[in-house]
Design a binder for this molecule. Structure first.
Ligand SMILES: [Zn+2]
Length: 206
């Protein structure tokens, strides 16, 4: 291989260099270590690295692998902090909607989910507050009275609100808006139901 002079300093020559301690930002890791055995063309005088297409491809593969190998450590660390705070893996799996044993797979690197790992890290940063919040949120959101959906009527011309499963105080006949459950003369209109609920100020213009 012919000697290449470094265009940055015009003094050194570019040689394939393998060495530990080189770091680079990668995805959500600000200082991922580049594997020591990966050769990167580097100026032997100023240290500038010259990454050609071939090196770039090898670097991508190496970083992907390095990234996959740092994630389990993040999981293990977060789970240890959570366990120390009295939150079991089983409860976490339940709270996060995971199958039983999933966190062990995440910890061993058999499964990868950076979103989930980020979530675990956030919970682990302040377990007593955040896990409690999560417990509370799951408890309350299932009975939230804010859920409404809109549906196009049979005529397809106007929208009306369908209140689903959220207003247990209203007799069932008043929340059934299928339009088929009433004699023609007694069909419930959107306005009737909105008024009956007492919770929604806005009426649909008809
Ligand atoms: Zn140089």
């Amino acid at each position: 291989m012919k000697k290449r002079i470094c265009p940055a300093c015009n003094k050194g020559s570019i040689v394939d260099l393998k060495k530990p301690g080189r770091r680079t930002p990668y995805r959500n890791i600000p200082d991922l270590e580049i594997p020591a055995e990966l050769a990167i063309p580097t100026c032997d005088h100023c240290g500038e690295e010259w990454v050609d297409a071939a090196t770039s491809a090898r670097l991508d593969d190496a970083l992907k692998e390095a990234y996959q190998s740092v994630l389990p450590a993040k999981v293990e660390n977060a789970l240890r902090q959570l366990t120390e705070a009295g939150v079991t893996q089983q409860e976490l799996e339940r709270l996060l909607g995971l199958s039983v044993g999933y966190l062990s797979k995440l910890k061993s690197g058999k499964e990868t989910s950076t979103q989930l790992i980020g979530m675990l890290m956030m919970l682990a940063a302040e377990p007593s507050v955040r896990v409690d919040e999560l417990r509370e949120l799951w408890r309350t959101t299932t009975s939230s009275p804010q859920v409404v959906e809109t549906k196009v009527t049979e005529q397809g011309s106007s929208m009306r609100m369908v209140i689903t499963d959220v207003l247990p105080s209203i007799p069932a006949k008043n929340v059934s808006l299928s339009g088929h459950d009433y004699p023609r003369g007694q069909r419930q209109t959107t306005e009737n139901v909105v008024e009956a609920s007492g919770r929604f100020g806005r009426r649909s213009a008809s």
